[in-house]
Design a binder for this molecule. Sequence first.
Ligand code: TXA
Ligand code: MG
Length: 352
Amino acid sequence: MSDEPDTSPVSGPAPGAVPAPGSAEGPALLHPSDAAIGRAAELIRAGGLVAFPTETVYGLGADATSDRAVAAIFAAKGRPSFNPLIVHVPDTAAAEEIVLFGDRSRDVAEAFWPGPLTLVLPRRPGCPVSLLVSAGLDTIAVRIPAHPVARALLRAAGRPVAAPSANRSGSVSPTTPLHVAEGLGSRVGLILAAGRCEVGVESTVLDLSGARPAILRPGGITRERLEALLGPVSVPSEDPAAPRSPGQLASHYAPGRPVRLDAAQVGPDEALLAFGPDAFLRGGRERLNLSPSGDLEEAAANLFAMLRSLDRPENAAIAVMPIPERGLGVAINDRLRRAAAPRTEPEPRPPT
Ligand code: TXA
Ligand code: MG
């Protein structure tokens, strides 16, 4: 793990100068040239695993229509159970082939796609997506990512791509290609290395399969923006009976070191993750600032890389200053609460 959060664009080694996909030396990191994207698409069509950039985090992609390929995602991540995955498609025509849209979902798709929003919609009868993708549910979570490399890959693959974040289960999501290589090693055949992810937290998961729109996971598109279009949208934190994303463990985005939230001071053996002007806080073994100017978008983009960077054995804990619970702060606080949660909670069963 590097000492600094990776804030520079990463361009992988030139194609050709790399080991074969999934070799013992680790994954091939490829600069996302047309040739590399073509090779990645071929690998997906052959049932392999490819890590690719999206505007949120790096995804671990496989052919969503192949049970074996989807099972390989779960194996590579070391996921304890089959949580449902997001299916990525290049355009709305491809989305229409796998889920059923109504007027409301079409409006939302038009407003926010491509972008960091995932829609949970009823599975289209006869849809070719593996049942393993949706863990037996009769809905599918689908999104059109905005990242140009992701869209080029999806077009070239010519089939829907299931992709969770490209990290081992329970660890922090990857926002750079090096995070992916560190976490998954040779479990992934190939990494399309396109630098740092712009949004930095995962997509918002919006369930439009029921009567009332419900945010199952806060993310890159804020509740405020959704409500401007849809009217009231329910969120799990306000209504304990509201639906939640199946498989969202309380402890999920967990660094190895303990995480202490809402810190008003920092111990001499702790690391500080600051937010905003932090001159009133002194001490700590080391400190990083998510956004010295207090910009929540900048903070979201830095979140996972900075957590990783401070996650070292010399630091007794990572103390995190309070983050405002508005806009992207809702998604940031959701991830931070998971990072701070006790690690022993049993896995809830997905609903049937
Ligand atoms: O930004 C993102 O969404 C990233 C990038 C790679 O696109 N992907 C991602 O996937 O975060 P993953 O697998 O880590 O998260 C999928 C989320 C989970 O919270 C899961 O429970 C929810 O989507 N989900 C998937 N299918 C669902 C369904 N049919 N009904 C309800 N929730 C679903
Ligand atoms: Mg994840």
